[in-house]
Design a protein around this ligand. Structure first.
Ligand SMILES: [Zn+2]
Length: 405
């Protein structure tokens, strides 16, 4: 009972340690993955921004086009307005003339009426009176004919005035009808102009919205780029700290060597593990080499593979500082570790099932750093082991067989 309890506790502790190791390595490595994520975000946001800006430009062009159309209608409407004014004045002038003619006609009509009365009275009633009141026959005749002549002249004058009135009224009617035509046209143009204005306002709203979107995206990009700078600085600081740690550990290792004590312990790697002339041991105790350096489908396999089952302990090939302990991607290394050794070489251990050592950790030769697995671009459980002369780049890989015992 007690034994089982102890066992459970041990498993829990180990599990916690492993989980911690993994989470630490995540935290330590997250800068590069954060940078990748951020870069992707920046690219997406910039693409989005370009799209929004081109939409905005398109809408702005439409607004400009509508504006110039509206302006052209405006000038047409204005010229119709001045035409209307001219015609209205003309109608008023004609009306004034008509009124004058009417007054004249009335005046002459009254005169005529008077004369007609005189004539009538002379003709129907008082010929005798007129004859008697006349000093002689000649005066009577001349009076009579004079009135008759005047009457005829009056009649002619009135007729002329009426003819003039008729003519002017006709002209006025023509002007009036052309005026109403112009007004109809103006109304039509105004309604088209109003529709154009409405369309322009709608398009302008779009432009405003897109402008706002564009500004938002721009500030997003700015924010992301600021974050990126912070990450760059963080990464640089981390690299510097790592380098400092490496230099210190290297110095310590060299002092240890020169003080006469035997080179790096390797004790935990157990007996039987031999050290090569280059100072490396095999990273796994079991498992044969299943693949070496080769080219395959255009890709160079710059490593040796050890055929080991998932969960096999993986050991540091030599003393050094862990510079990478991370998830390298499902299409790549999976969980992997990279160690910088004091001789300037790097070793890399890939496709692990779980990580034990974390970034910045000083490790001894033969120290457990990882459990092997089948993660990343791997077709079966194995340990992929690389030796590099420089940290980055596949071209810096050298044949591990030349370094292993
Ligand atoms: Zn491999």
């Amino acid at each position: 009972m007690k034994k089982i309890y102890f066992k459970v506790i041990s498993i829990l502790i180990i599990a916690t340690i492993i989980l911690n190791a993994v989470s630490i390595s995540y935290a330590a490595s997250s800068i590069s993955s954060q940078k990748n994520e951020l870069n992707q975000k920046i690219q997406e946001t910039k693409d989005n921004l370009n799209e929004v800006n081109s939409q905005k430009e398109e809408s702005q062009n439409k607004v400009n086009d509508l504006s110039s159309q509206i302006d052209s209608y405006e000038s047409q409407i204005n010229s119709l307005k001045s035409e209307i004014e001219t015609k209205t004045n003309e109608v008023q002038e004609l009306q004034k003339k008509l009124d004058e003619l009417e007054a004249e006609r009335e005046k002459n009509q009254n005169l005529l009426d008077e004369r007609l009365v005189t004539l009538y009275e002379a003709g129907e009633v008082s010929y005798l009176d007129m004859l008697l009141s006349s000093t002689d026959l000649t005066e009577f005749i001349s009076s009579y004919y004079m009135i008759e002549t005047l009457t005829a002249a009056d009649k002619e004058l009135i007729q002329n005035l009426e003819n003039d009135k008729k003519e002017i009224a006709e002209t006025q009617e023509k002007v009036n009808s052309s005026l109403s035509e112009i007004e109809t046209k103006k109304t039509e143009l105004e309604s088209v102009q109003q529709e154009l204005s409405k369309a322009k306002n709608e398009e302008q709203t779009k432009v405003d919205e897109l402008t706002e979107q564009s500004h938002d995206l721009e500030s997003d990009v700015e924010e992301y780029e600021k974050k990126m700078k912070e990450l760059d600085a963080k990464e640089k600081a981390q690299e510097a700290a790592l380098q400092k740690k490496y230099e210190e550990a290297k110095k310590k290792a060299e002092q240890g060597n020169s003080s006469g004590s035997s080179s790096s312990s390797g004790s935990s790697s157990g007996s039987g593990s031999s050290v090569s002339s280059k100072g490396f041991i095999r990273p796994v105790k079991s498992g044969s080499i299943t693949a070496t350096m080769y080219y395959s489908s255009g890709k160079y396999h710059g490593a040796v593979d050890f055929g080991v089952s998932t969960g096999t302990p993986v050991y540091a090939a030599a003393d050094g500082i862990v510079v990478t302990s991370t998830w390298g991607g499902s299409d790549s290394y999976g969980y992997y570790i990279k160690i910088k050794h004091y001789n300037g070489l790097y070793t890399l251990y890939a496709h692990g099932s779980s990580l034990v050592a974390s970034v910045g950790q000083e490790v001894k030769q033969g120290q457990l750093i990882m459990y092997s697995g089948n993660t990343g671009n791997s077709t079966g459980p194995h340990l992929h082991f690389e030796v590099r002369v420089s940290p980055g780049g596949y071209s810096n890989r050298v044949n591990p067989l030349n370094y292993l015992p």
